[in-house]
Design a protein around this ligand. Sequence first.
Ligand code: 4AD
Ligand code: MG
Length: 435
Amino acid sequence: LGGSPSAELAKTHNVSEVFALADGTKARLAGWVASKSEVGGVLFLQLRDGTGFLQLVARKPGKAYEEALSASKEEAVVAEGVVRSDPRAPGGKELLLTSLEVVARADAWPITPSIVKSPKAYFDLRHLTIRGRKAQALAKVRAELFRLAFEFFSSRGFTYITAPLIVQAAVEGGATLFKLDYFGREAYLSQSAQFYEEAAICSLEKVFVIQPAFRAEKSRTPKHLTEFWMIEAEMAFADQEDNMRLQEEFVSYLAGKIKESCARQLETLGRDFTPPRPPFPRLTYDSARELAAEKGFGFPWGEDITTEAERSLSSSFDVPFFITDYPLSARSFYHMTRPDRPDVTLSADLMAPEGYGEIATGGQRIHDYETLKRRIEALDLPASSFQWYLELRRYGMPPHSGFGIGVERLLRWICGIRNIRYVTLFPRTPARVYP
Ligand code: 4AD
Ligand code: MG
């Protein structure tokens, strides 16, 4: 049906627009009562709409005061009043109410400070707690990040593609696959769109994907979700150097733009950072391993960098950095190895600083048919599910490389949020599929 809302709901402004209005301007807004307090006969309501928060003021006595008094937390309201400046008001402006109409009543609001302090209770009520100031700010930064990612890749000649989420092959190992019954056959939820991107580059040359990825990782950590969003890019005729340059530019672009366009949200989150600039520091896996050992977080050569070592390494940087030259034994089968060191791959992890750790993994892929075939056989992988992926190498597959970056991992760092659950509206973890 659409069309304009009924006359009673029509508003003249959004909250964010009010801050630019001259004193004395009449405004009509619609939103929710985020909080209410009374100081010396003056009622203060914080009104929330989809664009932010605004202070509403009503003075005793009068109709507006009575109406405002009767409105409770989280009721939906239409507020009319006059804009005025007050340095004590958040943002420097407030609305002196002339009327406040309740459009939808609310029961007593169940979100108490003790609920906010208990993650379990907080996320059990996530359908309501997403109304909080920080939750709103995070959702806004997240939306901006997606917009910027499309902008960045599109402006550089990458074509946006989508790939199936129901798949037969494990891109990143069998251990974290979500199995599903696909009409009697075994299928999985996609861990990464990479293989489909590799097929697509021979048609489109440079592609990117923004879509969910799934990992059945039982580990309950501040950086793992079972369902998350990944931004992936893949380029034909590109080596690992080109790949790392692209990542540096992408991350610098995102951080720089978000710092400008989401200044208000970052302030709400209490986050400040200096956007990085390329080139990012690089250290090899070997030297990262030595550095970690010096700090007391040693691990055997050939294994993945442990969580503790990763945190410690990341804490010693204040800009993002690459760890390059991972051992083949710590990488998925498709990685190309160095010509001078066959036990080491042309791959890198991009690490966020300040203890946040890995945000992206990328590398150059094996483009030679025989080499990939031998790799699949040596690792005794299920050849049938990789058949089409291998076959690509028989039909003009050039050197190519790409990466995948986790949206929630990026947000965690950019917004300064320690636990990844907060940067998505409805997180999925081993313990949580509700709400
Ligand atoms: O490092 P990963 O496993 O690499 C890949 O999937 C490659 N196939 C990507 C590519 O080259 N196209 O995952 C990529 C990124 C990680 O660096 C991390 O940011 C994020 O995805 N990620 C997760 N984020 C949240 N929860 C999880 N369980 C994640 N697993 C990976
Ligand atoms: Mg990785």
